[in-house]
Design a protein around this ligand. Structure first.
Ligand SMILES: [Zn+2]
Length: 553
């Protein structure tokens, strides 16, 4: 850094600044985009190329305890996909393995070589934040952050049961600050904790009473967390994995959850998995049109799709009852169900989505419907819930499926026809995403939803995270191998080759709270956790390269 660079002659797609394919110069100084640089500055000639901000992944599972268990569970996945150390002068890259849950090093390099420069790990029990930070620091090139699980937290349940709302807000702030995390995540709120005890039911309604907490319902957990996060001014709202993921008929729960927000902002994640009609325990149907319509009409809601891609995946989730249900549908004998004391559950199952299976083909088609019915790409952004619906390395294929209707039709014709019969003929299946829309759903939209003001655009002040693609008819090819990738102004990919390693930052939020809340949390941790309260928080000197993203308060 400390240097300047100018990108010239490229066609720039920068939707946040209303630039749609115009030829513009992009100037870079000290890792940031600036208005101008001296005339003699080094240039990259991007003639015939497409220039976009670096990709931003709003929801993936790439680090921490569950990723580690998933890696250990599948040695077969690693031996087929070994990434060797790059033997280049002055560059210290590390070897690793890929598969559906790549090693930390491989994760960072592969995101970067695809033109993605920021990724958010979506589900971390607060107690395991330290482990997650260790792995994220080990993940090269990209910036990253993580969301902490708060939907099945026993101490918060107690506070909520007793109506201690002021304390809830302070506790949430303490948890965000002391784990160095980004926002709160609700996974099957009110569903995991009772399931871990003794109840076998896996379906939860928003007004169900929670075992052991008679005054409490999933609805109360959701609305109190929405209030707490709004009061704290976190840059990203509550990130919600709704109840009843994967169950036929769950679209009603999803609509109810969105309505429960009552006009306040929420982000509903991998919404494809929550858009199913039909009766419980019978085959699902598509309710994508109802879900898309609700989101189109309600600007307080944002979502990522959680597209299913055919092939190998790994289901890894904090939704322990869901994992238990999935064991019925997986041909793989291996699975893990784990508990994180007082905070969360966890389940992991190797999985494979197959074209000929009715449900898998339907899930794939529902994801596409959500994309194609979305009227506001800023609020319906791209994800595969890596590695749950498919791995992040399948994004280029997904992009081609959205941009190329003939390619999409070919695939439609080769999957289970019973599943896609209705969907195939729908008018929206003719839509093709433009490059500008792709720039929105893969970078500008996620950055805006995350409240990352320096990401997802190419205006002055933005981080110089930039991807330059050769324009190509085959969009899968185009988006899988950018010609140049810059991270913080540094050339990581130069002429398709990995040239420089880089250390990305941890992005986290540090909201204010009343110090008195520690006296409330301390005795609970001392009584019920296996570690002492004084060892719980991640201290400031534990994290190295990081950036505090300001709250809006
Ligand atoms: Zn997820």
């Amino acid at each position: 850094m400390g240097s300047t660079l100018r990108i010239v002659n490229g066609r720039v797609y920068d939707p946040a600044n209303n630039v749609d394919g115009k030829t513009r110069d992009i100037c870079i100084k000290d890792g940031k985009i600036v208005k101008s640089v001296p005339p003699k500055t080094k240039t990259i000639d991007a003639k015939g190329m497409v220039v976009m901000p670096g990709g931003v992944d709003i929801h993936c599972h790439i680090a921490g305890a569950k990723a580690n268990i998933a890696r250990k569970l599948q040695p077969d996945d690693h031996r087929r996909d070994v990434m060797r150390r790059l033997d280049l002068k002055k560059i210290n890259t590390r070897s690793g393995t890929g598969g559906t849950v790549p090693s930390t090093f491989t994760t960072g390099y592969r995101y970067a070589t695809m033109g993605y420069t920021t990724a958010m790990e979506a589900a971390v029990p607060p107690l395991l934040a330290r482990h997650t930070i260790e792995e994220l620091e080990d993940t090269p090139v990209i910036d990253k952050g993580f969301y902490i699980l708060m939907g099945n937290n026993v101490l918060l349940y107690q506070m909520l049961q007793e109506g201690r709302h002021e304390e809830i807000r302070n506790a949430v702030a303490w948890w965000i600050d002391s784990t160095k995390s980004y926002t709160t995540k609700l996974v099957n709120p009110g569903g995991d904790e009772p399931w871990k005890g003794h109840r076998n039911a896996t379906i939860t309604q928003l007004n169900d009473k929670i075992d052991g907490f008679e005054q409490l319902t999933p609805r109360k957990i959701i609305t109190s967390m929405v209030s707490a996060v709004e009061d704290l001014g976190l840059p990203h709202p509550v990130h919600i994995h709704c109840n009843n993921l994967g169950h036929s008929g769950n679209y009603k729960t999803t609509l109810e959850t969105m309505k429960a927000a009552d006009g306040r902002r929420i982000h509903v994640t991998h919404i494809q998995f929550h858009s199913y009609g039909g009766k419980p325990d019978e085959n699902p149907t598509s309710k994508a049109p109802a879900i898309a319509e609700y989101i189109n009409n309600n600007p307080n809601i944002s979502a990522d799709v959680g597209q299913v891609m055919f092939g190998k995946s790994t289901s890894m989730t904090a939704d322990a009852p869901l994992a238990w249900m999935l064991t019925r549908y997986s041909s793989d004998q291996r699975w893990v169900n784990a508990d994180t004391e007082c905070e969360s559950g966890c389940g992991i199952i190797p999985f494979a989505y197959q074209e000929h299976v009715y449900t898998h083909a339907l899930q794939w088609a529902i994801g596409l419907e959500l994309f194609l019915l979305s009227k506001d790409p800023w609020r319906m952004v791209l994800s595969t819930d890596h590695p749950n619906g498919g791995t992040f390395t399948s994004y280029p294929r997904l992009i081609r499926t959205l941009m190329d209707k003939e390619f999409r039709k070919e695939q439609m014709n080769s999957v289970n026809q019973k599943a896609v019969a209705k969907i195939k003929r729908a008018h929206h299946m003719e839509r093709e995403y433009t490059l500008q829309e792709i720039a929105i759903v893969t970078r500008a939209g996620p950055a805006r939803i995350l409240g990352l003001k320096n990401k997802g655009h190419l205006g002055p002040g933005a981080d110089a995270d930039i991807t330059i693609y050769d324009e190509h008819e085959d969009k899968e090819l185009m988006f899988s191998a950018p010609r140049y990738v810059l991270k913080d102004g540094k050339l990581i990919i130069d002429n398709h080759e990995f040239k420089n390693n880089h250390e990305g930052k941890l992005l986290h939020v540090s909201p204010d709270y009343d110090e008195g809340i520690k006296d409330v949390i301390r005795p609970f941790v001392e009584d019920f956790y296996t570690i002492k309260f004084d060892n719980y928080a991640v201290s400031d000197n534990y994290i190295h390269h990081h950036e505090v993203i300001p709250t809006t308060k």
